[in-house]
Design a protein around this ligand. Structure first.
Ligand code: BDR
Ligand code: CA
Length: 311
């Protein structure tokens, strides 16, 4: 059974990705790393602790990752993130406070140690910026080949971005780190907007969760409804909201949900260029062998149905 580490900037879809990983018996969730992004890193860590508590998973440790991008020394949550995920990251819903706190070891060190301990059995799954992964590789370059599989939510190759016409939100937070990760990390799969924007959850789905009559069913329906309402209010999509981060977890466990292409990929980070933070094929390595896969098609029906039924 594979070991999984989630690196979450715990907003709403991250919370659902967390629930999916906890519930799926095919993976053993060995820890969470908190990232900045949808919220401040401290808020992301507390949200993950609280969600794990609700899910009866107080044994899964939570580590604090980097608080800001590798090129700045400060991070402010973007207003659009607060509009989508609520001021507290979890739809302004007050979760019961977990009876424990975060670990003292840093998130970056936890990733390095786990890479050495579990090697090819380890799945690392970031659903926020790639700052922690890049920092870990810089400290210990060996982990780029040790980690069995890295499946990330982020990027946009064939569709427009959601922050700029070229740039997806997670990549936009730290394009330098993302480029470093894409050009160093082996066995990397990008689950980006190309596929995630097509996997929509609707109010009909959340209603079905509500009708389960369970505490978690109700909570996740409330979280998701906040997110669906935000998509509607902000004119992102009036039908439903994208299951970005849960799709990455599903793909890590069952790659058949998506079709991928092999492509050595880079991230542009020239501030002046107008396509800052774009994920794009690497001109220098176009014909070289690659261990990077980009998801370009998804079995929407199967994934959305399975996702609704996991709860
Ligand atoms: C990604 O950005 C974050 O807001 C979401 O949680 C997701 O990981 C989508 O672009
Ligand atoms: Ca996320």
């Amino acid at each position: 059974i594979k070991k999984m580490i989630l690196d979450l900037d715990t907003g709403i879809d991250d919370a659902l990705a967390l629930a999916l990983a906890v519930e799926d018996p095919r993976v053993d969730l060995i820890g969470i790393i908190a990232s900045y992004g949808n919220t401040l890193v401290e808020t992301a860590a507390q949200n993950s602790l609280n969600l794990l508590h609700l899910l009866g998973a107080d044994d899964v440790p939570v580590f604090v990752g980097e608080a800001h991008s590798s090129t700045t020394n400060h991070f402010d949550v973007m207003p659009i993130s607060m509009a989508i995920h609520g001021d507290n990251g979890v739809g302004n819903i007050e979760l019961p406070i977990a009876p424990r706190t975060v670990e003292t070891k840093s998130g970056v060190q936890f990733l390095i140690d786990a890479a050495h301990e579990f090697g090819e059995h380890l799945i690392y799954l970031p659903t926020g910026p790639l700052t922690n992964l890049a920092a870990a590789i810089q400290i210990d370059p060996e982990i780029a080949t040790l980690i069995g599989q890295t499946t990330l939510m982020g990027g946009a190759l064939t569709v427009p971005g959601n922050v700029t016409p070229f740039t997806e939100a997670n990549i936009h937070q730290d394009p330098e780190a993302a480029d470093f990760a894409f050009t160093h990390q082996k066995n990397l799969t990008m689950v980006g907007l190309d596929v995630t924007l097509r996997t929509l959850m609707t109010k009909a789905h959340t209603q079905a969760w509500r009708e389960l009559g369970t505490e978690s069913g109700r909570l996740y329906a409330n979280l998701m409804d906040y997110y669906i309402d935000a998509y509607d209010r902000l004119d992102i999509d009036h039908r439903g909201a994208a299951l970005h981060d849960p799709l990455a977890v599903a793909v890590a466990i069952d790659p058949d949900y998506v079709q991928t292409i092999d492509l050595n990929t880079r991230v542009t980070y020239d501030q002046e260029s107008g396509d800052y933070g774009r994920t794009i094929g690497d001109r220098e390595r176009l014909n070289e062998p690659t261990t990077t896969k980009i998801a370009v098609d998804v079995d929407v029906e199967r994934f959305v149905r399975d996702f609704q039924e996991f709860m």
